[in-house]
Design a protein around this ligand. Structure first.
Ligand SMILES: Cc1cc2nc3c(=O)[nH]c(=O)nc-3n(C[C@H](O)[C@H](O)[C@H](O)COP(=O)(O)OP(=O)(O)OC[C@H]3O[C@@H](n4cnc5c(N)ncnc54)[C@H](O)[C@@H]3O)c2cc1C
Length: 373
């Protein structure tokens, strides 16, 4: 087989956004391999689909804000439908988290579009909310993402720009020669040679790299979501509510409410199973945060992986030790919102973009290795 220029392992949002940007910026001979039969079925198809830009890390907030601008006005031909439903989002803090929330919004600056509203006004707009409310910021331009359209837009655009996408093909291991990654070995024993191999394998990325000798470490963590059974009192136009402190978020979905208790447990990525204790925790938080909606039954309950780094920032760039290995991983809880920026930055670095900016350095895999050394 002819040598591949860039081989991308993983057809979630990381791999697809990288392929899309890299090919459109002139990258050649790009092959993307996905082990599932369909693209975007792991974390990229199991998330809450919420557009929230402001959070504790100012760099991730900046990337979110820039990516959100593109999500609002996607490039021509990317999608036939809007990628965002701007139903609005409220960040709500109890008394012990009021200063923390204000600091997030301050750091984000005026581009975040965040506006403080009093608790009285919040309760008028969100009468069903039962959590403690001390300080609230409203983000009227934020809300829900159309995940299917986002994944399809990147996949179709990447193919149109010349990327070959193969599904149902599992990478068994990265192939190495000395300190160089030379491609991959597939589960069926076939070898595929590549100049650069991009690990965009979500929860499995850390293991692939580690087995090849990389010192970059990642932590796959599990989080659950529940959608309650449809209920006549739930208005599908209600905004997203995100509570700091005793963490909880919710938004309307399919006639019910999608809710999250913000659980986080380190797991083996291949053993990400639902935990009924979390279901009980969600039920308990629903009674507290959404008391007006009564005892809601679950229509769907599932979990997915959020893959973290030790500083909660993405890992994006060349491996510090192994030539030919490139990381686009550790997207935590921000991969969908940040997708356009993740792909743009990955493509820039894949194409040797110089000079390396402060932001790129802050995401560079070398920082994790230096920190551990
Ligand atoms: C419960 C939950 C809620 C979330 N909510 C939000 C949200 O509201 N907004 C937001 O922006 N983000 C959210 N996220 C985070 C977001 O979903 C992730 O950041 C993002 O999906 C990560 O994308 P990825 O491509 O790195 O991983 P994945 O989507 O998991 O893709 C990795 C792909 O690699 C493939 N793969 C793995 N190993 C191999 C191999 N050996 N060979 C071939 N293919 C392989 C997998 O099959 C998979 O398809 C949430 C996540 C969870 C779990």
């Amino acid at each position: 087989m002819e040598e591949i220029g860039t081989l991308i392992v993983g057809g979630g949002i990381a791999g697809l956004a990288t392929a899309w940007h890299h090919a459109r910026a002139g990258g050649e001979k790009i092959l993307l391999l996905e082990s599932e039969r369909l693209l975007g079925t792991q974390s990229s198809g199991r998330n809450a689909a919420i557009l929230r830009t402001v959070g504790p890390d100012s760099l991730t907030t900046r990337l979110s804000l820039r990516s959100a601008q593109v999500l609002r006005r996607p490039p021509a031909g990317f999608t036939q439908v809007p990628l965002i439903d701007p139903c609005g989002l409220f960040l709500v803090a109890d008394a012990s988290h009021r200063a923390r929330l204000a600091a997030w919004v301050d750091a984000a600056g005026p581009d975040s579009g965040g506006v403080e509203v009093g608790p009285g006004e919040f309760h008028r707009q969100v009468p069903f909310y039962g959590g403690e409310v001390d300080r609230v910021f409203s983000f009227p331009q934020e809300g829900r993402l159309d995940i299917a359209a986002l994944v399809a837009g990147f996949a179709q655009g990447a193919r149109a720009a010349g990327v070959t996408i193969r599904r149902g093909v599992r990478v068994k291991r990265l192939s190495t020669r000395g300190d160089r990654v030379t491609g991959v070995e597939l589960a069926d024993g076939t070898n595929v040679a590549a100049v650069t191999t991009v690990v965009a394998a979500g929860g499995w990325a850390g293991r692939l790299g580690e087995a090849a000798g990389s010192r970059v470490t990642l932590s796959p963590t599990r989080r659950h979501l529940l959608i309650s059974a449809p209920h006549a009192s739930i208005d599908p136009k209600w905004p997203v509510i995100w509570s700091l402190g005793d963490e909880f978020y919710c938004r309307p979905e399919s006639g019910g409410m999608l809710v999250c208790a913000c659980d986080q447990t380190v797991v083996d990525p291949s053993d990400c199973r639902r935990d009924d204790h979390v279901r009980e925790l969600i039920a308990e938080k629903m009674l507290r945060f959404l008391p007006g909606l009564g005892d809601m039954q679950a229509a769907r309950f599932w979990c997915g992986l959020r893959t973290m780094t030790r500083d909660d920032r993405f890992v994006l760039g060349p491996d510090p030790d192994l030539a030919g290995l490139f990381w686009v991983a550790g997207l935590g809880g921000h991969g969908m919102v940040c997708s356009f920026e993740i792909g743009r930055l990955a493509a820039r670095r894949l194409q040797g973009g110089e000079p390396i900016s402060e932001e790129e350095r802050a995401l560079d895999p070398a920082r994790l290795v230096e920190a551990s050394a």
